[in-house]
Design a protein. Structure first.
Length: 442
């Protein structure tokens, strides 16, 4: 596949991935470390019966940098169908400037000999010295036809198989494993955030085992991994990739509160208490007049483990539940309910001070409301007392209310008949003054 718009793609990858490996070999790659400096390579490519190209370009890159836009740098022609160029990047692709190209290769100071072609991509082998026979299969070189000796280079290494990647939550790393390759003395480790191996980042570490790790990963990251086998004279092609997604850690829900107790403290208030819950930052209180939590309503919240609920109806049974809530606003299930009935309304009487400024003695004063009913005897309060002329009397525990009509029996055939307003309040004293004008003959 041609590497169009490569610089933009690689730059995007660099921003997504962050940095690459440290130079110290501790067996793992650190996702948050930076890569080392580039190295200069003199690379050679041979045109033969596999790669019968008229011109040869080398596209080289390392991380977010490349030697040129695709197809790269035009290589210089050498004798025997060989071409050469010097690059300062660790990854290369040889191509003819058109649709023919090699696989993604790791740059080496050496000679790359094409040996097979599949789906338009050329595969081959790196050699540390120029191989004598450049025509794979034993024929003459297509470019000069003067090379017929047997191939003295090393055999091609197979690409590693069985590559797998697993996230290890205990160490917060991705562990990559693969099968060993015959004749391989080490392995190259590649990783990236897409399935395109041309964008992969190569580890700078020497890896001799068949396992390697990527550390410093974060929740929601996803990575692709490739492995290449290597020895002193050749490097294999890329393995098939292994994919791994770093899962999100869901916060654990808090436990439901236990030990909920409800105590009526008045006709309109109830006191609640419960046991604390580990990890809870606050508690939400729900109430209902039935034992169904599905229709319960939130009434209050608190950061403590007790709360007094006010504004309730007198002589009413209430059910309560509590939920624990974390700083992430994750809530527990309902607690078991607790219920209690508020107290009845306690009515205390008021006081009435009667001042008798009339010339008659007052006995058995009766107070009437404006809408009293003699049939039901409602709106009537009888104050039993005797108040002599020129004296006063205070009567305790008079039923609270507003009285606007007063009547009473007096001595010697007289009675009180007046419409003075008297307001009796619980625990307070009201004053009623009776004059001769309020008394009529019987």
């Amino acid at each position: 596949m041609k590497k169009q718009l490569w610089m933009l793609i690689v730059l995007t990858l660099a921003l997504l991935v962050g940095c690459t490996e440290v130079s110290e070999d501790n067996g793992d790659e650190d996702y948050n470390q930076s890569s080392g400096t580039s190295t200069s390579y003199t690379v050679h490519f041979c045109t033969n019966s596999i790669a019968d190209w008229d011109s040869v370009y080398v596209y080289a890159w390392n991380g977010s940098d490349s030697n040129a836009e695709w197809p790269g740098k035009l290589m210089s022609s050498e004798s025997g169908g060989w071409y050469s160029a010097t690059v300062s990047y660790s990854n290369v692709i040889f191509n003819d400037g058109s649709s023919n190209q090699t696989e993604d290769l790791t740059a080496q100071n050496g000679y790359f000999l094409p040996q097979s072609k599949s789906a338009g991509k050329v595969s081959g082998t790196w050699y540390t010295s120029k191989p004598a026979n450049t025509d794979v299969g034993g024929g003459s070189n297509n470019n000069n036809g003067n090379n017929s000796n047997s191939n003295t280079g090393s055999t091609t290494l197979s690409a590693p198989t069985g590559v797998s990647a697993t996230y290890i939550s205990s160490s917060n790393e991705i562990e990559v494993t693969w099968n060993s390759v015959s004749n391989a003395t080490s392995y190259e480790f590649y990783w990236g955030t897409s399935s395109d191996s041309s964008k992969a980042i190569k580890s700078t570490k020497t890896i001799t085992l068949t396992t390697h790790g990527l550390t410093g990963v974060e929740e929601g990251d996803s990575f692709y991994f490739w492995i290449k086998a290597k020895n002193s004279s050749t490097t294999s092609s890329f393995s098939s990739y292994a994919y791994c997604f770093v899962p999100y850690t869901l916060p654990s829900r808090p436990s439901a509160p236990t030990g909920l107790k409800a105590t009526a403290t008045s006709s309109s208030s109830i006191s609640l208490s419960w046991n604390s819950v580990s990890g809870a930052d606050e508690y939400m209180i729900y109430y209902n007049t039935s034992s169904s939590s599905s229709t319960a309503e939130a009434i209050a919240y608190t950061s403590g483990t007790s709360k007094t609920i006010t504004g309730l109806e007198a002589n009413t049974k209430y059910y309560f539940w509590v939920k624990a809530i974390t700083s992430d606003y994750d809530s527990s299930d309902f607690s078991s309910y607790a219920y209690v009935t508020t107290e009845s309304v306690k009515v205390t009487g008021g006081k009435l001070k009667i001042i008798n400024n009339s010339s008659h003695t007052i006995k058995n004063l009766t107070l009437y409301t404006s809408n009293y009913d003699l049939w039901t005897l409602s709106g009537i309060e009888t104050v039993i007392c005797t108040v002599y002329s020129g004296y006063s009397q205070t009567v305790e525990n008079v039923l609270p209310g507003i009285y606007v009509e007063i009547g009473s029996q007096t001595y010697a055939g007289y009675k009180i008949d007046t419409y003075k307003e008297v307001i009796i309040q619980s625990g307070q004293t009201a004053t009623l003054i009776i004059d001769d004008d309020d008394i009529i003959s019987n």
